[in-house]
Design a protein around this ligand. Sequence first.
Ligand code: SER
Length: 346
Amino acid sequence: MFIRRRAPLREKITLITGANGEVGHGLIQHLAAANDTSDVVVLDLRGLDESMRGKVNRVIVGDILDNELINLLLNEYEIETIVHLAALLSTHSEFNPETAHRVNVQGTINLLKLAIEQGKSRGSPVKFIFPSSIAVYGMPDAETKQSAGAVKEEQYLYPITMYGCNKLYCEHLGRYYAQYYQQLSATRTLGVDFRCLRFPGLISAQTMPTGGTSDFAPEMLHAAVQGKPYASFVSEDSQIPFMVMPDAIKSLLMLVDAPQSQLKHYVYNVTSFSLSARQIADRVQASFPSAQITFEPDLARQAIVESWPLDVDDAAARQEWGWSPEYDADRAFNEYLIPTITHLYR
Ligand code: SER
């Protein structure tokens, strides 16, 4: 007699890659505060800091380049959403561009393919949330940077860093996997529900980023609260857009929850405020009067910051899914950064 077996039900999860980075920490803390992490499985080369391990369903120590591991995930879980945070940031990437390409691009392809296979087996597309960056832009010169002001998603896409090239290409890959994947095969597969945010420089009161070029802002602040002198690697007038971590998490979760029918784009700028390194130093000094901040520009890193826009236009995110930041510069410093960081290092 032929007995038809029912496929065992797989546990439904949200997969967060690179969860031990600063966006991962911010996201897990936020979800844990809302009791919303029971379905969260994290994957990170370094595992997850001990203080956070108990907050999630499972921690997998592993590499997004490990295809066997990706296949295990495919078989073991029903993945509804992938938040793909794993990446090498811009400064790190310049020291080893080919490794950066493998992690940032091949790693993303592996996860997009996982999303496609999951979509097939569960019969509906997997949501794929991808943080991109202002590093995808490349302003040709200082005058253009000043006159362009807040740039739109499709303008000035000539990145000068490996990280920026990787992020820009992955934005295109996301669009491809969402809309055109295997477009010539006889049976078209379901695409992925690809949703991408372009973050400005992020500042968290709780964690330090590793290997970024917008890091002068968080570094200045974290040094001041610890009473350490800080020499900024960019000049006083270097200016780019920023956002504090609670707004980064807010935008990410708003994009996760946005109804598909409202989304007309795959890629959205989000931002909060734009300040120069001098203006950040002044705000830090106002709260920590003994802070010793000097400016000793590293010309190569400075050139990277100069290639990023003065500001970005996030009108599409505002119009299509109701984005607006909670923290302008005043609130960011007075109500989030200074009080939180002071408490943290007390
Ligand atoms: N914060 C990133 C970096 O500096 C830019 O998105 O690399």
